[in-house]
Design a protein around this ligand. Structure first.
Ligand SMILES: [Mg+2]
Length: 353
């Protein structure tokens, strides 16, 4: 067990460097924090855990980058509910392989990223792992507020809704695939623009708040299981199907170049990635990858206004298809042919074309 005086001193020192949150009745230092939501608001809560070796590799991700990504994962969940981040709890279970300085760097980066979006760390916990556990486990619990009864959910989508995404889904997966391509894993093969999408994902809280204020979004989900998987979640919750248009999926030059580079790399090393540049690009765009972008179902009558709001918020949306009354997910290929995306998710998708 860690020396409790050391633990409290570390938490106190960290929290002193951070801005104190609003509507914090009792802040850090007591047994629990006391927080006061605004009248007329619903409280929105989420939590995410990063396990070293599973959610990040220490060879590729610095403590500071791990902290930022942990914050991003939680902020993204609140954005998907149209909520405003307010308060956070940060908990670390620390193995002997991590120095106190590395833990503080992670915590500080996480807290700073949360603070940049309006959330204050109001408490936390540090505990030592048993000697035989060599991996860090970091958890953030994030609380936010949304106007009462106005939270977005996955379940409000309707047939005819415009499906839209922010950013360029697939970029984070492409960055990671390129970094893991050789031995040892390295970012040196990854263009800066792609690397940033993985290490410092854009936060879509402001976009979500602007769109929510304008109205017209029927359903939302953030992309953490990949476009195909998360679309399946949204469709299931909404009781609808969807048609995606492959030609309209957003693409960037670095993503196209990554697909080209990965497809040129034949052999076992490619693992589960499909053969062929086009198939590989579609795979990157649809398969699991931590983009932390938003997938939205927008009332067609509100689409032009939503797109303009997103433009103004500096996070343009791309229309990529529509929700359908018929269940199931379809992908319309560039040639016009349609093929089903299995409801079970992209992982089971045949990649032989
Ligand atoms: Mg989510």
């Amino acid at each position: 067990m860690p020396d409790p005086r050391g633990e409290f001193a570390r938490i106190a020192a960290l929290l002193q460097r951070l801005p104190r949150g609003e509507r914090v009745v009792v802040g850090p230092g007591d047994d629990a924090a006391v927080l006061r939501p605004r009248p007329g608001r619903d409280l929105v809560a989420t939590t995410d855990t990063f396990v070293e070796g599973r959610h990040f590799l220490r060879e590729l991700v610095t403590p500071s980058e791990a902290g930022r990504r942990l914050a991003a994962a939680n902020l993204s969940d609140l954005a998907a509910m149209a909520a405003e981040p307010c308060w956070a709890l940060v908990s670390l279970a620390v193995p002997a392989t991590w120095s106190a300085a590395a833990c503080e760097t992670l915590e500080h980066a996480c807290a700073s990223a949360l603070a940049a979006e309006g959330a204050a760390v109001v408490g936390g916990n540090l505990s030592a792992m048993p000697a035989d556990v060599g991996r860090l486990v970091a958890t953030v619990t994030l609380l936010g507020e949304v106007e009462a009864e106005r939270a977005w959910t996955r379940g409000g989508g309707r047939a005819g809704d415009v499906l839209a995404v922010s950013g360029v889904p697939g970029s984070a997966a492409a960055a990671l695939a390129l970094a893991l391509w050789g031995a040892p894993p390295s970012w040196s093969r990854v263009p800066d623009e792609l690397r940033r999408t993985f290490l410092a994902p854009a936060c879509r809280v402001r976009l979500a708040r602007a769109l929510a204020a304008a109205g017209g979004v029927h359903a939302a989900i953030d992309l953490s299981d990949g476009l195909a998987g998360d679309l399946a979640h949204l469709c299931e919750a909404s009781g609808v199907g969807a048609r995606l248009d492959a030609a309209r999926l957003p693409i960037s030059e670095p993503l196209r170049a990554a697909a080209r580079a990965l497809s040129a790399h034949a052999g076992q090393e490619r693992g589960l990635l499909p053969a062929g540049e086009g198939a590989l690009l579609t795979h990157l765009q649809l398969a699991p990858g931590d983009d932390y972008e938003l997938l939205l179902a927008v009332d067609p009558a509100a689409w032009a206004r939503s797109a303009a709001e997103a433009e103004q918020a500096g996070a343009p949306l791309t229309a990529i298809g529509e929700l359908t009354a018929a269940p199931g997910l379809l992908l319309r290929e560039s040639g016009g042919a349609e093929r089903p995306l299995p409801a079970g998710g992209w992982d089971h998708f045949p990649t032989g074309n």
